[in-house]
Write a protein that binds this ligand. Sequence first.
Ligand SMILES: NC(=O)C1=CN([C@@H]2O[C@H](COP(=O)(O)OP(=O)(O)OC[C@H]3O[C@@H](n4cnc5c(N)ncnc54)[C@H](OP(=O)(O)O)[C@@H]3O)[C@@H](O)[C@H]2O)C=CC1
Ligand SMILES: N[C@@H](CC=O)C(=O)O
Length: 424
Amino acid sequence: MTPLRVALAGCGAVGSAFLDIVDERNRQGLDRPIDVVRVLVRDPARDRGVPLPGDRFTDDVDAFLDTPAEVVVEAVGGIEPMLTVARRSLDRGRDWVTANKALVAEHGPDLALLARRSGAGFGTEATVAAGVPVVSTIRHALADTGIGAIRGILNGTTNYMISALEGGQPWEAALHDARAKGFAEADPSRDLEGLDAADKIRVLAWLAFGIDPAALIVDRRPVPVAPRSLLDDAARRGCALRQVAEVRRVAGRLQAVVAPTFVPAGSALHGTRFEHNLVEIDTRQAGLLRFSGPGAGGRATASALLADLLRRHPAPEDRGLEAPRSTRGAWRWAVGFDGGRGVERSLERAARTREVEIAAIEGDGDRVRADLGATPLETVDEVVRDVAAGRGAVARLEEGCALPRTAVRPQSAGSPFTPSETLP
Ligand SMILES: NC(=O)C1=CN([C@@H]2O[C@H](COP(=O)(O)OP(=O)(O)OC[C@H]3O[C@@H](n4cnc5c(N)ncnc54)[C@H](OP(=O)(O)O)[C@@H]3O)[C@@H](O)[C@H]2O)C=CC1
Ligand SMILES: N[C@@H](CC=O)C(=O)O
């Protein structure tokens, strides 16, 4: 298969994670290989420990643009020189896939128009909420069905720092960690002052309401430095502090805000912690939709870049996986045993006696975890009793598919499992 040629702009937190993911994917050898033919950086001589030869790196924008590639992936940030690189790439009909929300918030509609004219793809999934697919949800899955409001936590760095402060970490140490983990912008004041979240809410407003994102005025309030006293105030009122971004239709107009906000304890906003993001979409037809997951970090963002890229250059339908001919081998009950010598062999024997299939088993003698095939609960109970009684092991039920009880068997007398922390 001819490889798909990609030119990558940027090899920081996001760009280097993109190279790692591409390398892992190429090694699996299942899909069309991706060849990253050029990487644009400021310092091409620096050893970055990435799976790509050093001679692919350049700081020369013209050399970067002149390298033949079907797709340009951008993970640099800021307006220039990336606006020029985007325009020139799209003009040439190259797909442009970007994580740069500042650029899309300022120039998204112009770039989308350029892409339409040249027939190039324009992928922006990675600009908002990193690994959480809200961009394509709003653009494609919801299309023009009607959105009343979008609200959520859109900045992983600020949320990470607030969570760290809640856990007793000093503010400066939290900032240090957020930078070290690759969450923060090159200038972290963009995170804390709400500029990053404002760019993201502008991008979402463009996609949801068709407004020029650059024209949307966002009422933006910075998170104060070391907001310990705000956290305490919030707690006294049964709330927690979060940086919340929102855009809402009000009387035929759009109102947008990014601000440190008291949110009720126990709410989804409160439950969103560390670098996770939450996006709530108030839809006219389907009610409130909620999306959450890692909203910052190299790998989560690179995953969104790769998804945009693969949407235009899909993998072949046949991935060499065989469709199962029966449901045998699919797990139905996950059980674990602690203690009791030889518990693994005892489990195998009990399963054989009761004609229960063991789909997978792993253990180290005294601790065993097994996936049992589709089996009525009372048979699972019997197997577990046999093992636990004979070996003195403690059994845990981790997960199971609640098949109906069989008519012929008596109801089990009490559960042989000890309560498991993995089940609510
Ligand atoms: N980090 C994250 O969690 C997320 C980031 N994003 C966005 O992704 C983009 C990249 O972020 P991130 O990887 O964190 O940033 P980094 O600061 O870690 O990396 C930026 C990269 O761009 C290169 N670069 C910077 N300026 C130039 C320039 N003028 N010419 C050529 N190369 C340049 C740098 O080169 P060098 O290495 O030589 O300095 C570096 O490799 C930004 O738009 C960001 O907002 C989006 C979602 C999440
Ligand atoms: N700095 C941003 C990175 C992702 O967009 C954030 O913290 O959310």
